[in-house]
Ligand binder design. Structure first.
Ligand code: PXP
Length: 251
């Protein structure tokens, strides 16, 4: 199981002090440095979400990440024309389409893939024509998994936020882990690569070890938070150690 590191919140910290348009010789922290440290710790890819409101990652970050990182850039984006144009021009290794709402603190749930086939199909085709592998962020529901496969996406990313927000050892959390496992089986049978992410931590991840076929996890907030204490490289290594306990869902 590979680890993709989402560095959005390194940019969140920078933007808190140096919002768009503010020039200073002191601008920090650097998202590129964080990404390189994540790679040094063993990250397999770097994820950055260029939101329409540019609340954290800026256009220049995407250019710099493309130039400087050694692993693949996973470009997270909402399905809006301006951002799609930027993603196509950047030609990242992969792109993950997510729902995006201005008022949300973070991505709140999966895409309505089955209800938005007509809007998603041309975007998926454009990205793929540019050589970009496409992932769709979905809740663990059969209809969305099937629609992702029908639309020809290469991957899905299962939304684990609901699981992560359940109290530890609760029946609700176990039920959500079972739903994720069912969706992973269905996706794999349909030929999709299965990724997962949102809200994952070293503490809650082992509860997902029963979910089969997971290829890549995308983790951001916990790693950035942990990096304040022990640094990004060590935070990534710590997470990879926990991930080493995963046996492809076979226990
Ligand atoms: N995957 C997707 C699609 C996301 O939108 C996010 C949050 O930006 C993540 C993974 C990472 O979530 P977290 O920051 O909670 O680890």
């Amino acid at each position: 199981m590979k680890l993709g590191v989402n560095i959005d919140h390194v940019a969140t910290l920078r933007q808190a002090r140096y919002p768009q348009g503010v020039e200073s010789p002191n601008i920090e922290p650097s998202v590129v440095t964080a990404a390189l440290e994540a790679e040094a710790g063993g990250a397999a890819s770097i994820t950055a979400h260029l939101r329409a409101d540019r609340r954290h990652i800026q256009d220049r970050d995407i250019d710099e990440l493309r130039e400087r990182i050694a692993t693949g850039l996973n470009f997270e984006l909402g399905n809006t024309p301006e951002i799609i144009d930027i993603a196509v021009a950047a030609r990242p290794a992969s792109a993950c389409l997510v729902p995006e709402h201005r008022q949300e603190v973070s991505t709140e749930g999966g895409l309505d893939v089955s209800g938005q086939r007509e809007q998603l199909a041309p975007t998926i085709n454009r990205l793929q024509a540019a050589g970009v592998r496409v992932s769709l962020f979905v809740d663990p529901e059969p209809g969305h998994v099937d629609a992702a496969a029908e639309l020809g996406a290469e991957m899905i990313e299962l939304h684990t936020g609901t699981y992560a927000n359940c109290p530890p050892d609760s029946a609700a959390r176990e039920a959500e882990a079972r739903r994720l496992a069912e969706a992973a089986r269905r996706a794999q049978a349909a030929g999709l690569q299965v990724n997962a992410g949102h809200g994952l931590t070293t503490a809650n991840l082992p509860g997902l070890f029963g979910v089969p076929h997971l290829v890549e996890l995308n983790i951001g907030h916990h790693l950035v938070a942990r990096s304040i204490g022990i640094g990004m490289r060590a935070a990534v290594m710590e997470m990879l150690e926990v991930m080493g306990g995963y046996g492809d869902g076979r226990g």
